[in-house]
Design a protein around this ligand. Structure first.
Ligand code: BG6
Length: 533
């Protein structure tokens, strides 16, 4: 199995400065960032005129080019339905990079070279002729750029187009048979959601396997490309002190929050089909949950890590019908104020049914039925139009016995370890401390590690890492079939139950609030409350 493409820095190259401290070495410097550069290849993006391409994929490609991480022989083709010339597409992508790249301003010298490696191919996704002409176009580009027939196809379209695109890629010989073709390779990145529920995900998987082998499938969940998400494993398994307490003897409960200030923006049509359970919980949150709760893997091999994550998902206790209302809350945002600005309710957004019952907020309480986590509740909440953008994992430790420092007027707060995934990436530990002075007042204080101030750089965007890994053939940070299916298996009964009993109170939370009151009630019943973020 392939190893991660980004090697551990060689400590022999880290020198002590005059003060005797070890200076931080920029991991993006030539010396330490990926010694591996992918083989020559062409990248074809389906859905190239969409939001994701402009906001994430092209800024990622530009930054990879900037950091010298693209293969020397490389070109990219945008495939979409709208008519446009190569130059129009290049100009649009230039503008997008200017707006969304993490590094600004755009290096115009670099762009003037990079832009010659960008092309556009117009076709409908279900039109066989479009794939035939794509094939000969790619063959020509191979000759021009020396890309040797290697291909990455990125499916960044609404999921309903996946089957058409995949079958045409297969039919037109664009996906190679791995048993016969050893000289060149083709890989397919599939955006989430992979399927609509458990059965459709199983069907999609079978369908995809008719056209390619599992090793060619890269199911993307961009959370796995985030530095702070990858750091969960380092934090847990490269430090001895935390792992010893990482179990039901010491941990009272865990809260995972994915909060967003934004609404659904221009994605009304998508959201009406998806809802937050499919958009965020089934994939991003399940990844955060499984990385937090998994056992140590036997090695850092991609399969070993994914084996352990799957075990967590398989151990999730199904939510029984009798416990449904105690364990699951859904919400939809009403108009309100975010950052002092008035914002629309979900039902007033473009392409949304004015009587829509789609959820934009979900809170869940779940249990992992294994030895480590028996009896420890995990509370998950995700929502659009919350007061702030904040993704974090908060681990609440059990209280000490109230024998020594529990006097009147003072309560020992639980120790809380917070892994801030974004923004303000970092890790904080809250603990109780004596306030200086003659009294014995106790106050909660915080030890805080911040990536930004410690490392002093903007980490690469998730998509940079993931595109790079796919070109290198490293699937470690992509979701495996059984991960996706196990997660759907747990979530699908929730969706079915929601479908059977439509909500009567939507919209039920104001934009700019932390969701419906039932979400607070979910914890209050257990004598707990959501962490104030
Ligand atoms: C996407 C969802 O997968 O993740 C969006 O489709 C959501 O609805 C986005 O806004 C959040 O990503 P990030 O990286 O901003 O947390």
């Amino acid at each position: 199995m392939q190893k991660s493409s980004h090697p551990i820095p060689d400590v022999s190259k880290i020198h002590l400065n005059q003060t005797g401290q070890t200076p931080f070495q920029n991991p993006l410097s030539e010396e330490t960032f990926s010694a591996k550069i992918a083989e020559p290849c062409l990248l074809v993006i389906f859905g190239a005129t969409g939001d994701l391409t402009a906001r994430k994929l092209f800024p990622a490609l530009y930054n990879l080019a900037r950091d010298g991480q693209l293969p020397a022989h490389f070109a990219c083709v945008g495939f979409a339905r709208r008519e446009k010339s190569h130059d129009q597409f290049r100009d649009e992508m230039h503008k997008a990079v200017g707006e969304f790249s993490r590094v600004q301003p755009v290096d115009e010298n670099l762009w003037s070279t990079f832009h010659n490696q960008i092309f556009y191919h117009q076709s409908n996704f279900d039109d066989g002729n479009g794939y035939e002409s794509l094939k000969s176009f790619l063959d020509d580009l191979d000759k021009q750029f020396g890309t040797k027939g290697n291909r990455v196809f990125y499916l960044s379209t609404p999921p309903k187009f996946f089957p058409d695109i995949i079958s045409h890629l297969g039919k037109h010989g664009l996906i190679y048979d791995t048993n016969k073709e050893k000289e060149k390779w083709s890989r397919v990145i599939i955006e989430k959601p992979f399927g609509h529920d458990y059965n459709s995900a199983v069907d999609l998987q079978k369908f995809v396997l008719n056209h390619m082998s599992e090793s060619q499938i890269y199911r993307i969940d961009h959370y796995l490309g985030k530095e702070t998400v990858q750091n969960i494993l380092v934090f847990r398994f490269a430090n001895s002190i935390f792992e010893a307490f990482w179990n039901n003897h010491y941990i009272d409960h865990v809260q995972i929050t994915v909060g967003e200030e934004i609404g659904i923006g221009t994605r009304g049509a998508f959201y009406e089909e998806a809802g937050i359970l499919r958009d965020i919980v089934q994939n991003h949150m399940m990844q955060l949950l499984s990385l937090t709760a998994m056992e140590p893997p036997a090695s850092l091999d991609g399969e070993a890590i994914r084996d352990e994550k799957v075990k967590v998902l398989k151990a999730l206790r199904p939510i029984g019908m009798g416990h449904f209302s105690e364990q699951v809350v859904r919400g939809q945002y009403a108009p309100g104020f975010v950052d002092g600005e008035p914002v629309k309710g979900y039902r007033e957004e473009g392409n949304v049914n004015p009587e829509s019952i789609v959820e934009t907020f979900a809170a869940l309480k779940l249990y992992i039925d294994n030895w480590r986590w028996a009896g420890v509740p995990f509370y998950l909440r995700a929502g659009k139009r919350l007061p702030k953008r904040a993704t974090e994992i908060a681990v609440f430790f059990k209280e000490v016995p109230g024998i020594l420092f529990s006097q009147k007027n003072q309560k020992n707060e639980k120790n809380v370890l917070v892994i801030r995934i974004q923004p303000d990436e970092g890790i904080a530990l809250r603990m109780n401390s004596k306030v200086p002075g003659v009294s014995s007042t106790i106050q909660t204080v915080k030890m805080d590690f911040r990536y930004g101030s410690y490392f002093g750089l903007t980490p690469p965007e998730a998509y940079e890492r993931l595109i790079c890994d796919c070109m290198l053939g490293d699937a470690t940070l992509f979701a495996r079939e059984d991960e996706v299916l196990s997660s759907w298996k747990w979530i699908t009964p929730v969706l079915e139950q929601w479908y059977e009993s439509p909500p009567s109170s939507f919209p039920n939370y104001q934009s700019g609030s932390w969701g419906p009151p039932e979400a607070d009630e979910l914890l209050r019943r257990d004598g707990r409350s959501w962490r104030l973020i």
